[in-house]
Design a protein around this ligand. Structure first.
Ligand code: ME8
Length: 505
């Protein structure tokens, strides 16, 4: 197993502020990055901004500013949101960065030299909001099948990428790497389209200028998607920084929304194969959030910004909800009713309550000091807690965040049931102090293990649990931290405020 890990998000267009949709992909990537760092892996987490193209040029013109001014303003907002959501990206790539533009030109030149780029004429449809070429047969009621807006007609001399030459190679790559694209339903959908045949794709534009100049023909700029996809390797310093590239590229996991799978699962791997590079290790396409059942749309007033949710309900609450509420890969609906429901049941009733009642008993029966373990107490819980890391690993291997959280909550709920079954107050009455201590030790140690299990999703709450357990400085790698028995008898606990106050529905 490699000890490096590389996770990316799409680079977001700079024509609008980020809503919960973009925050979702980045949060998921953040959880994976935090998790892999905690496992001791050398981790690289990349996000960024997609700044070129006709859509951005038009948006800037409408606002009477230059595209770069628009990009600078929106990017400042992106960075603020990421900081606010405690996103731990290691790099932020902008497609206007000179390092990126140099990589795009080197990549394009390599394909020209190989004979995989040739001049032709593109006469057909183009969707500016999606920056994609469309065929008549793609249209739904005359509109773009993705954004449902009317496409423009182009008639331009362009350069084309000979993607058809890679049809067999990409098909073989899918067949030899069954987990290359997940979920499987998306993989099957893409693979069947590949089997139907790949056409060459236009990769330059010549009727506007906001883009990376094409090497060898300054009348053309590189098509914005060809430019944008290369961000995943320009951030690794390709082609100059071979060491960084060789460390991280073989481990690359791209998280994308289901709207952009054709670009990521077909065009990008074909581009890489043409350049003599291997496709990424995995591409995971997640589903689509709606708000109260409606498409997220600023103009229709159905938009939720992460800051508004976090200011009202708390950061960890938001992070938990986004990853727990719907299985990664499926579509789902964001509603404040569902959010407050999760906060009150999973967070306040299950986890918060377990911590507060356990600590209240340690305070009352053992004068705020962690009691001695007792062999006979809670063998089943011990076993569950000891197996938790393996259970989470198995779920996160397939990016099943919701199921991984479910495994953690199974332990939390079992702990609450253990209290009901063991009735520590009766053990106290009977004077069975050794067993009482043993029961409470099992609960405390389970809570410590739970704190590490939730750390990537809810880092502040995880630390607060450990602070209340009296071990705020505990550090290490997950394989040690989630092993049973680290909590030392005699440690002074620090009871604090309730971890997750209940909220009004
Ligand atoms: O497509 N639900 O950028 P973009 C879930 N620049 N995820 C959503 C969402 C929703 N309602 N809305 C947006 C682009 N997303 C290109 C990418 S990458 C080389 C170039 C997320 O700003 C989801 O990840 O339109 C989607 O793929 C991404 O935002 C699109 O962001």
């Amino acid at each position: 197993m490699s000890d490096a890990y590389y996770v990316t998000t799409p680079i977001y267009y700079v024509n609008a502020d980020l809503h919960i949709g973009g925050a979702y992909t980045t949060l998921a990537a953040d959880v994976l990055a935090r998790y892999n760092r905690l496992k001791g892996k050398e981790t690289m987490f990349l996000t960024g901004s997609d700044e070129h193209g006709q859509k951005i040029e038009q948006a800037a013109r409408e606002q009477g500013i230059s595209p770069k001014e628009l990009a600078d303003r929106i990017v400042a907002g992106f960075k603020e949101v990421w900081e606010f959501l405690e996103i731990t990206n290691d790099d932020f790539i902008r497609t206007t960065d000179p390092r990126h533009e140099a990589t795009v030109q080197a990549f394009f030149k390599l394909l020209i030299d190989k004979g995989d780029i040739y001049k032709g004429v593109y006469s057909g449809l183009y969707c500016v909001p999606c920056e994609r070429y469309l065929k008549q047969s793609d249209l739904v009621e005359g509109n773009c099948p993705v954004c449902r807006r009317q496409p423009s007609t182009l008639d331009e001399e362009n350069y084309f990428f000979r993607m058809s030459a890679y049809q067999d190679a990409i098909r073989r790559h899918y067949e030899e790497n069954p987990d290359f694209v997940e979920p499987q339903s998306r993989r099957n959908e893409v693979l069947s389209r590949i089997r139907m045949g790949l056409e060459d794709v236009s990769v330059s534009r010549s009727t506007f200028t906001w883009g990376v100049p094409m090497p060898g023909d300054s009348k053309h700029i590189v098509w914005v998607w060809f430019d944008a996809l290369i961000n995943y390797i320009s951030a690794l310093g390709w082609p100059e920084d071979r060491e960084k590239f060789d460390t991280f590229w073989p481990q690359a996991v791209h998280l994308v929304g289901k709207d952009i799978i054709w670009f990521h699962c077909v065009i990008w791997p074909c581009m890489l194969l043409a350049a003599g590079l291997t496709p990424p290790k995995k591409i995971f396409a997640h589903g689509w959030w709606t708000i109260d059942g409606k498409k997220i749309s600023k103009s229709a007033g159905t938009v939720v910004y992460p800051r508004d949710v976090v200011e009202k309900y708390g950061l960890d609450q938001f992070r938990y909800f986004m990853l727990r509420e719907i299985p990664f890969g499926a579509d789902g609906d964001f509603s404040f009713k569902a959010l407050t429901g999760r906060i009150n049941s999973d967070l306040a009733d299950d986890l918060g309550n377990l911590l507060s009642r356990t600590l209240a008993m340690v305070s009352k029966y053992f004068n705020n000091s962690v009691p001695e373990p007792a062999d006979e107490a809670g063998a089943e819980l011990r076993e569950m807690a000891s197996g938790l890391l393996a259970a989470i690993d198995a779920e996160l291997e397939h990016l099943a965040f919701s199921r991984a959280l479910d495994r953690i909550w199974e332990l939390i709920r079992r702990c609450n049931k253990f209290i009901e079954d063991e009735k520590p107050w009766l053990l106290k009455k009977k004077g069975d102090t050794a067993k009482l201590g043993g029961v409470l030790y099992v609960l405390l140690e389970s809570l410590r293990i739970v704190s590490w299990a939730i750390e990537p999703v809810m880092p502040a709450s995880a630390l607060e649990i450990r602070r209340q357990l009296g071990i705020p400085d505990e550090k290490g790698v997950l394989s040690e931290l989630m092993t049973w028995g680290h909590l030392k008898p005699g440690t002074s606990i620090n009871r604090g405020d309730s971890l997750f106050p209940k909220v009004e529905q």
